[in-house]
Design a binder for this molecule. Structure first.
Ligand SMILES: [Fe+2]
Ligand SMILES: [Fe+2]
Length: 252
């Protein structure tokens, strides 16, 4: 089978839905939240919005290095960026409902953010490790949002219960798409995955400022595990998924 045929076979899966339609009628009056909680949670809600919106920066960075990446990666990224933009729209609507800021004011704050990829250049320079860092990030995000189901349920409106479940299922689908992409495009490199993920965890845990890069922003509220526990759990889970594809135990 030619490489071209393999590339053509890759089709990321996507569930289409509209955050704007789902949350269009949401107002603070419908939401059961105390003034104290509102105040306390503002940085978290802002952080979730920023993280989703930073997908724009990640996509642009991938596009700038286009020659280094396969068509299959871009098939994934096109679907992925649509979903992440939809998540950003939803978090923006929730933020506006909760904090009463105008759409223009929120957009201006988001536009002022500057991306700095220097901390992860080494990881993004290679499509295989780029897929791994994205997979790691999508899994960590899936865990974080899943843990927030009870919180969103406590807010009252049915659309918020639906919202957090749809977002979480998108993040899980992104992970599944990435695992399939690695299996199709980089199967021969799966034995390197464990070591590469250890390196990614090391960079993640080393800290440093999150540079609006979409990936490796695990400092936000919603992660009930310690960063160390969560990172190691995610890395191990991805290695296991890849082992299943490869049919063997990756080299340590
Ligand atoms: Fe997302
Ligand atoms: Fe995602």
């Amino acid at each position: 089978m030619s490489t071209q045929t393999v590339r053509d076979e890759y089709r990321p899966r996507q569930r289409r839905w509209s955050a704007a339609e789902l949350l269009g009628r949401l107002t603070l009056r419908d939401i059961e939240i105390s003034r104290e909680q509102l105040e306390e949670l503002e940085p978290s809600f802002w952080n979730f919005l920023c993280s989703e919106d930073d997908s724009r920066h990640f996509y642009r960075r991938a596009h700038d290095g286009r020659g280094r990446y396969s068509d299959a990666l871009f098939s994934f990224l096109e679907v992925w960026r649509e979903d992440e933009a939809n998540h950003a729209v939803g978090f923006k609507m929730i933020y506006q409902a909760l904090y009463g800021q105008s759409s223009e004011a929120v957009d201006a704050r988001l536009a002022a953010r500057r991306a700095d990829f220097s901390r992860i250049e080494e990881i993004l320079g290679d499509e295989f490790t780029m897929c791994l860092v994205l997979a790691y990030d999508e899994l960590a995000t899936t865990h974080a949002y899943h843990r927030d189901f009870a919180f969103y349920d406590s807010l009252g409106p049915d659309e918020l219960k639906t919202w957090i479940r749809l977002v979480t299922s998108d993040e899980a689908l992104h992970l599944a798409n990435l695992v399939r992409l690695i299996g199709q495009q980089h199967r021969h490199r799966i034995p390197e995955a464990r070591r590469a993920l250890e390196r990614i965890v090391e960079v993640d845990l080393r800290g440093g400022d999150y540079g609006a890069t979409f990936v490796l922003d695990h400092s936000g509220a919603g992660f009930n595990l310690s960063p160390e526990e969560l990172s190691k759990l995610c890395a191990q889970a991805i290695v296991k998924k890849l082992e299943r594809i490869h049919g063997g135990v990756p080299a340590a």
